[in-house]
Design a protein around this ligand. Structure first.
Ligand code: FAD
Ligand code: NAD
Length: 475
């Protein structure tokens, strides 16, 4: 193997592997080093996203939603099913197969694009040298013109609720349960808490979410968050806000969780506990102190708007740098950096990154929330449309939720779109494109949407911005 490359990428998650592929497409000699190891000892590319995040969670969300709908929705279509039975091992097997196929796909893409994929650990030395330690054998010294750091993130552990791998687990552990817990506790009603809480609730667990903040889904638009909270409560998720967890003690019969809220101290007993209180950047063992890369107060690698670190020709992308911890954000940063290295144009529009929570109802948004606009004292117009008036949503038996479009009061430019309801994550794509092209609400109003589709709800919400919705009473 050559030890000299144009680009060495450390980390093979969605930020790193995408960067490596694009750099190779740009004609550069590229190596990508990745330390991921599955619990069965196998080594694969794809990082958290493919192996323990986005993909396995979406596989289980899909399966568990189907199971739930058989029991709760089919009858309203006139379909009676005696009783659905759950084969969790098969459900988990399906998930594992999808993950395996996709991570194997990255190895094939590396091969097809001429990327040298290396399993093992990377350590940045001075002068753009990298010490590569393979799983077996002696470390090797590699050199590159450019190094891209893409080492991702790991779950935050609470001092009072340490992971034990069986009854107190992180999100990876919660994706791999081999039985449905009777009582499941989740610390943190953020994205992971809601997605994984929904999976196990639909499969039959009693789920209690303990959330430190007083406001549910504080990062989402308030109206959308309130609507979603109502729907989650209907599903039977017991969401307790303003609940600060003090400790969790594992015993023989499960876990005792102590928390405090406005009404004092409380204790709950659960069989299993998932701790989902955020993730932190992963830089342990990555940097020689003399390499010149700096970290900020929270441990993220410091970068400029184009993902350059403080060290010449060293870049960093994905969860290990500031910004939302989302796979598509990391991938786009990877593409930008690979293009900039090759002397091409590259840029990231950080103001237009979609967020999607894959629960039922699904929640998705892009741009500013109504609360942020008020805080900025920016004059705006708002239009909402309820899925209750959408023919397609009704036909799908999924007519709860709404679309909200926020536009500048003077220029009409779209500033934010917020959706809670069926296929919100797919519908938001239109809003992302509209905002990327700096469209106005009128542009969406004058765009023809197929009938009957869920996209008509986006159209109607845009019309409602000017009080001109056709299938709702305008206020
Ligand atoms: P990672 O995916 O974490 O990859 C980093 C890689 O670098 C890992 O393979 C790691 O082993 C390797 N590495 C670390 N240190 C070294 C080293 N020194 N040498 C070599 N290799 C190293 N995001 C979404 O956008 N959509 C979702 O639906 C979604 N669902 C999620 C569900 C869950 C349960 C979780 C936990 C996360 C989810 N995320 C989702 C977040 C998403 O997984 C991350 O934003 C994304 O994986 C970040 O990509 P990355 O490449 O920066 O890091
Ligand atoms: P998060 O930041 O979304 O939620 C963590 C929640 O835990 C917050 O609401 C926080 O207030 C709460 N919390 C923190 N400390 C607490 C305590 N001591 N007691 C009670 N509550 C406490 O983080 P996450 O859900 O762990 O997810 C991590 C990252 O992974 C997120 O940044 C997210 O973007 C990403 N992710 C994305 C998706 C998706 O895009 N669909 C899915 C899963 C994860």
């Amino acid at each position: 193997m050559s030890t000299k490359f144009d680009v060495i990428v450390i980390g093979g998650g969605p930020a790193g592997y995408v960067c490596a592929i694009r750099a190779a497409q740009n004609g550069l000699r590229v190596a990508c080093i990745d330390a991921w190891q599955n619990r069965d000892g196998s080594r694969v590319f794809g990082g958290t996203c493919l192996n323990a995040g986005c993909i396995p969670s979406k596989a289980l969300l899909e399966s568990s939603e189907l199971y739930h709908r058989v029991g709760h929705e089919f009858a309203s279509h006139g379909i009676s099913v005696k009783s659905a039975t759950l084969d969790l091992a098969k459900m988990q097997g399906r998930k594992a197969k999808i993950v395996q196929q996709l991570s194997g796909g990255i190895a094939q893409l590396f091969k097809a694009n001429g990327v040298t994929g290396l399993f093992g650990h990377g350590h940045l030395l001075t002068g753009n040298k990298v010490r590569y330690t393979p799983p077996e054998g002696a470390p090797e010294l590699l050199e590159a013109e450019h190094v891209v750091l893409a080492t991702g993130s790991t779950p935050v552990e609470l001092p009072g609720a340490k992971f034990n791998g069986t009854t107190i687990v992180d999100s990876w552990g919660a994706l791999d349960f081999d039985a449905v817990p009777r009582r499941l506790g989740v610390i943190g009603a953020g994205v992971i808490g809601l997605e994984l809480g929904s999976v196990w609730r639909r499969l039959g667990a009693e789920v209690t979410l303990l959330e430190a903040m007083d406001r549910f889904l504080f990062m989402a638009d308030g109206q959308v968050a309130r609507d979603a909270e109502r729907q989650f409560k209907k599903l039977g998720l017991d969401i307790r806000l303003g609940a600060r967890v003090q400790s969790a003690t594992a015993g023989e019969s499960g876990v005792t969780v102590s928390y405090e809220d406005g009404n004092g101290r409380h204790e709950i007993e659960v069989d299993r506990l998932v701790v989902a209180v955020g993730r932190r950047p992963c830089t342990g063992g990555l940097l020689d102190p003399l390499a010149g890369v700096t970290l900020d107060k929270r441990g993220y690698i410091e970068v400029d708007d184009e993902c350059r670190t403080a060290a010449p020709n060293v870049w960093a992308v994905g969860d290990v740098v500031r910004g939302p911890m989302l796979a598509h954000k990391g991938s786009e940063e990877g593409v930008m950096v690979a293009d900039l290295i090759a002397g091409r144009h590259g840029e990231m529009n950080y103001a237009v990154i979609p967020s999607v929570i894959y629960t039922a109802p699904e929640i998705a948004w892009v741009g500013l929330t109504e609360e942020q606009l008020k805080e900025q004292r920016r004059p705006y117009k708002a239009g909402t449309f309820n899925f209750a008036a959408s023919g397609r949503a009704k036909a799908m038996e999924q007519a709860a939720g709404l679309v909200k479009v926020l536009a500048d009061a003077e220029t009409d430019r779209i500033l934010g779109v917020h959706i809670v309801g069926p296929f919100a994550g797919e519908l938001i794509g239109e809003a992302v494109l509209a905002m990327e092209f700096e469209a106005s609400a009128e542009d969406l109003q004058r765009t023809i949407h197929g009938h009957p589709t869920l996209t008509e709800a986006v159209h109607e919400a845009a019309l409602a911005v000017d009080g001109r919705a056709l299938h709702a009473v305008n206020r």
